[in-house]
Unconditional design. Structure first.
Length: 335
């Protein structure tokens, strides 16, 4: 006679492997580590206290001084890389994004100061014109107000080169122009920057989840929705993402990215199975803001949803994750 009055006769009881923390640890298939994370950081010119980004709690626009401090903290916590995004004063923006390659662009000083304070930290820079254009688009507009591919690619080559010259380890074109990876690779090589890597934002979707980022870098207007569907991908498409990855691979990308991450786990999985290149996923500003907002309302448990959101991206197949949570989750992760 069994101890329980009712006992099913089951050969396999899945719960046996879940019974204790130790057993769960033995059967765990996916582990997120600090070494997987990239911390995106915003930088602005000027002194004073770093200013908070309203729609992204705990995120600030750094000054050069606070940026160096933050980078030391990240290195101490075992985070291997940062992605730098400049927030440019409106008075410096124009239709051509001229300030992008100006020698007084705060981005270049930021790269130099991070590399001197923390030489081991991988510095990834964004190759796109949107922080510098008054219209907020990633490229140059033609007569019809559309982003012109080929003249934009030419401008991006110079932007990538000036970033490499300032000391960027990885340049990351996020603009979605055709042919930019090849053009940037050739331009960098021609100038002797053969060791600078290219991380291609290969499958970047035209997403509503970028809203808070545009607030952080003050690109575009909160009210007039910036329409980037003429160059960023249609959220409906999967095969197209593989074609983008294929082309960026052929053009010489060292790594490829899927962005956003959480709502696009199927794309991460598909790209993972398709390419041999390292795969990055970007948990974007809106994914971050969503968790904060719901937790603030008391509707979600902050730590649990944050950790789960990152684990899911790793499980889908990402080798590295760009996330605004990087610094704060580091201490709870293995090295
Ligand atoms: C633009 C760029 C964007 C992000 C990174 N680079 C926004 C956009 O395409 O409008 C978004 C990142 C985020 O939302 O966290 N080059």
């Amino acid at each position: 006679m069994s101890a329980n009055p009712i006992e099913l006769s089951l050969l396999r009881r899945m719960r046996r492997n879940r019974a204790t923390a130790s057993l769960r640890s033995l059967v765990r298939e996916t582990t997120l580590t600090r070494g997987d994370l990239v911390q995106p950081l915003f930088i602005r010119a000027g002194e004073g206290e770093p200013d908070p980004v309203e729609s992204m709690p705990r995120v600030v626009r750094h000054t050069l001084r606070s940026l160096a401090e933050e980078c030391r903290l990240l290195v101490g916590r075992g985070i291997p890389a940062i992605a730098l995004f400049p927030s440019i004063d409106g008075s410096k923006k124009d239709a051509l994004g001229t300030h992008a390659t100006a020698s007084d662009n705060i981005l270049f000083e930021a790269i130099r100061s991070v590399k001197s304070a923390c030489p081991s930290l991988v510095v990834i820079t964004d190759v796109a014109l949107d922080p510098y254009t008054d219209h907020g688009h990633d490229g140059l507009l033609n007569g019809r107000g559309e982003v012109d591919n080929d003249s934009t690619v030419e401008a991006l080559q110079r932007l990538a080169l000036t970033q490499a010259q300032a000391g960027a380890d990885v340049v990351a074109p996020s603009d979605m122009m055709d042919g930019r990876v090849k053009a940037i690779r050739e331009f960098l090589d021609g100038e002797g920057y053969v060791e600078t890597s290219i991380l291609a934002y290969a499958a970047k979707y035209a997403s509503g989840y970028y809203g808070p980022f545009r607030d952080a870098v003050k690109s575009g207007s909160k009210h007039a929705r910036l329409d980037k569907r003429g160059y960023q991908m249609d959220p409906s498409n999967v095969r197209e993402a593989l074609l983008e990855v294929k082309l960026d691979e052929e053009e010489g990308a060292d790594m490829v990215m899927v962005k956003p991450a959480g709502p696009y786990l199927d794309i991460i999985r598909a790209v993972r199975e398709y390419t041999l290149l390292p795969l990055a996923a970007y948990q974007v500003s809106g994914e971050y803001a969503q968790i904060h907002a719901a937790a603030r309302l008391g509707w979600l448990d902050y730590d649990a949803t944050r950790d789960e959101s990152l684990l899911a991206i790793k499980r889908a197949g990402a080798d590295m994750i760009f996330t605004y949570f990087a610094a704060e989750v580091a201490d709870s992760l293995t090295r």
